[in-house]
Each structure stands twice: as structure tokens, then as C-alpha cells.
Write a protein that binds this ligand. Structure first.
Ligand code: E4P
Length: 230
């Protein structure tokens, strides 16, 4: 499963892209509204940083206006994927954008029936929001499983787990066979943490320091490598 970052913050993408784990990014109007600066500049910069698909969302509700906004967003960068909210108008807009060669991420999909329509309209990604389902006491794991099973192994649309609130949402999405999970920076940071990793690093460092001559040896080895590569 690929990991995207779910954010409107260029600084957050800059920080986390350096880990080398991001394959793309998703934004939405709410995320971009929290940031300073022009949204187009942010989307372009995020495209450069992740060098992969970056979703930018349309806000109109009728198909014609969605298509116009989608074409404009796609013009920002070749890596832009147009995010279209699920509705009959959204399906019409998706079909038209796709026939122009513009990839679509259909968002706000909450059922297998909606996912089937999304895939038939030609969307590249079907975004199912796990956290928002759990918020209203609908089992997000069951819904994502039903979407994955319904679209089947030969599916053309990729299942994208969104509204990820904690690391287990991402783990569940991967186990269910989602192609992508889009994860907020805060949750990506929570995925780093394990108390045994932290105590393990401290113990290795302390044991190494108990043999200062080993520290000397490693520094020498690094210097030799650096000299040889000059
Ligand atoms: C997906 O692409 C959305 O941007 C996002 O995951 C929504 O998450 P939220 O429910 O935490 O707002």
C-alpha cells in the first residue's frame, strides 16, 4: 500500500517527504483554508516535494463548473489529480475529466454501491473516509472491506483510505488491500513511535559509548569512505 500525506501545509510535506515514504498527497478545501498563501502555489510546491499524484479538490456542485475547475486545477501541474465529491453531478464531471485524460480522485465515498458507480465513471481513486464513518458509529473496517471486495482484484479504480485518525486505520487499510492510504502528518508521526524502539536506540548508544575506541574506529571508517569518494 502506498502512503500519501493528507495536508494543505507545504511545511509539513517538506518535513515528512524527507523520510522517503511518501508517494503522493491529498489536499481538500478545509485543509487549504487553514494555510496562508495562494492555494495554487501550495499545490504546485507539494507536487514538487512528493513528486507523485497530488489531489486538489473542486468546490462547485454542478458538473459543468466542476469540469471547468478540474481542468484549471489540472493545469497547475502534470501531477495534479482532480478530487471530485461524490454525487450524480460529480460522476458526470468525472467521466468528462477522464475523457480529457485528467485523473480523478472521487471523494466522500461511504459505501460499496457508491464505489461501484465511481469506478464505472472512470475515476483513478475511490476515497473512502474511515474516521468519519467511525464518528457516526459505522464500522469503517467493514465498509472498506466491502468496497475492496466489491471492486474485486482486477479493479481499475484504486481504493484510497482517507480520514485516517490513528495508525491502526492505516494498518487496517493495508491489510484489507487498499492501494493507498492518505495520512495526516500527525498520524504519520504517531506511526514512528514505539517505546521499545526508543529504549533500544538508547541502549545501543550507551553500550557503544562504553567502548570509546570503537567510536574512534567508526569515525575513521567514515573519514576513509568520504576521502575515497572525493
Ligand atoms: C481525504 O482526501 C480527505 O482530505 C481527508 O482524509 C478527510 O479527513 P478528515 O475526516 O479527518 O477531515
Amino acid at each position: 500500500m502506498k502512503l500519501f500525506i493528507d495536508t494543505g501545509s507545504v511545511a509539513e510535506v517538506e518535513e515528512i517527504a524527507a523520510w522517503g515514504v511518501l508517494s503522493g498527497a491529498t489536499t481538500n478545501p478545509s485543509l487549504l483554508a487553514k494555510e496562508d498563501g495562494e492555494p495554487g502555489d501550495s499545490i504546485r510546491r507539494i507536487c514538487e516535494l512528493v513528486d507523485g499524484p497530488v489531489s486538489g479538490e473542486v468546490v462547485s456542485e454542478d458538473a459543468r463548473a466542476m469540469v471547468a475547475e478540474g481542468r484549471a486545477l489540472a493545469g497547475l501541474d502534470d501531477r495534479v489529480v482532480v478530487k471530485v465529491p461524490f454525487s450524480s453531478e460529480g460522476l458526470t464531471a468525472t467521466r468528462e475529466l477522464v475523457s480529457d485524460g485528467i485523473p480523478v480522485n472521487m471523494t466522500l465515498v461511504f459505501s460499496a454501491a457508491q464505489a461501484l458507480l465511481t469506478a464505472e465513471a472512470g475515476a483513478t481513486y475511490v476515497s473512502c473516509f474511515m474516521g468519519r464513518l467511525d464518528d457516526i458509529s459505522i464500522d469503517s473496517e467493514a465498509v472498506v472491506k466491502e468496497i475492496v471486495d466489491t471492486l474485486g482484484p482486477e479493479r481499475h479504480a484504486q481504493v484510497l483510505a482517507a480520514s485516517i485518525r490513528h495508525p491502526m486505520h492505516a494498518v487496517i487499510a493495508a491489510k484489507l488491500g487498499c492501494e493507498v492510504s492518505t495520512v495526516p502528518g500527525k498520524v504519520l508521526k504517531a506511526m514512528l513511535a514505539h517505546p521499545l524502539t526508543e529504549t533500544g536506540i538508547t541502549r545501543f548508544a550507551d553500550d557503544w559509548k562504553s567502548r570509546p575506541e570503537f567510536g574512534e574506529w567508526l569515525r575513521g571508517l567514515v573519514d576513509q569512505g568520504a576521502a575515497a569518494s572525493r
